[in-house]
Write a protein that binds this ligand. Sequence first.
Ligand SMILES: *Cc1c(COP(=O)(O)O)cnc(C)c1O
Length: 439
Amino acid sequence: MLYLSTQGGHESDIVGALMQGLSPDGGLYVPEELPSIDSRQLNSETIPSFAADLLSPFFENSSLSPVLGEICRDALNFPIPLRSLETKNGNLAVLEVFHGPTAAFKDVGARFLAACMEKILPEFSISDARPVTILVATSGDTGGAVASAFHRRTGVRVGVLFPKDQVSPRQKHQLTCWDGNIRSFEVDGSFDDCQALVKAAFTNPELNRVHRFSAANSINIGRLLPQAVYHGIASLQYWRTHGSRPNFIVPTGNLGNAMACIWAKGMGMPIGDIVLATNSNRTITDFLATGHYETRPSIRTLASAMDVGAPSNMERLRHLFPDFGSLRTAVECYPVHDQAIRSQIAKDYSRFGRLWCPHTATGFWVYDNLPESRRLDKAWIVVATAHPAKFNNIVQGIVNLQEIEIPPSLASLLELPVQFESLGTELGAFGEALARWDN
Ligand SMILES: *Cc1c(COP(=O)(O)O)cnc(C)c1O
């Protein structure tokens, strides 16, 4: 399988695409064509075995192909249950993608990429003994998932940069509770400042002489591909039990989770309609309404991991559907404002006894606001992207709870001691911090 850049100027094999992240021409890597899978042949008994079957065409003829099964067992080592909810006609279910170590779906992609890189690195290190240094700027969820995924893996270390005073207390703990090959840096600035520092380091010739940098951000195809696995296996399980294709509602920011769902459907998984839910950031909604694509500054909302004004995976979506008419039939999108997020959390706590994180709540609001005939006639799966305990500072107040039960994996992270270095926004001090790390 060959991977093309969405900018059209470059192609790569899977190993190159995983190690580079972004293509040298600035585009995002996409598979040359989506493999066509006969879903009736797939074994849906365990997630790792399903994953290895579904993803094998993407790794064909690469050095990772023989170890793909091992990578899937290593990375996908937690449950991703599909649970039905008590509705009148029993056609609503929630896909819980938040049972990984940092309690959000980003664990799936980060763990898969880390497992792939650990296999690739020995090949790359024959002529270069320096460890690979991954730098990741985070607004909250990504940094914790990447740190956890790479913790104690050999040949690689991770620097996490997060904005001071702009992450929740529990997010901060998850970003700073690491030792060994992980370092955390609190930047006295915004998320954009963190990103600018990472970019400055990546392009600084002096630092590049000393360090071997790599990226693990969400545009890396190694994070996207495994996300097709849970959409795929959930649709197959539903189809095998009920004989119909479920529709999906996907809470969306950078369009990574949604893009993986679209790829799963494109490969032949029994997925019906794909409906996106966003917060008040309307870039995708307005594009689908007008055909005119215009990015804008992001607005801060309760669903902070979806505060995106320029969704990075839009390039992949437009590359897959170059014609606007077909793009518009492939996805729909509805924005959900903060007040609706609050009332949806309260409503579903009383009707299902279930608590959603603010991101997941956007999906349930969209379900509730579908035209009734469509809502009741078809089966719907809402993707739950994070555990509510991760956003306890928002959720507890809405439902008047003292303390949300914390899942064991998250609880054990919250017991670890924290350590981090404080930085300004200049590259000089960051370079010195990286130099100290060498000693
Ligand atoms: C990252 C994230 C999202 C948005 O996912 P995208 O792939 O960027 O669309 C939604 N919910 C949570 C909890 C997240 O961490």
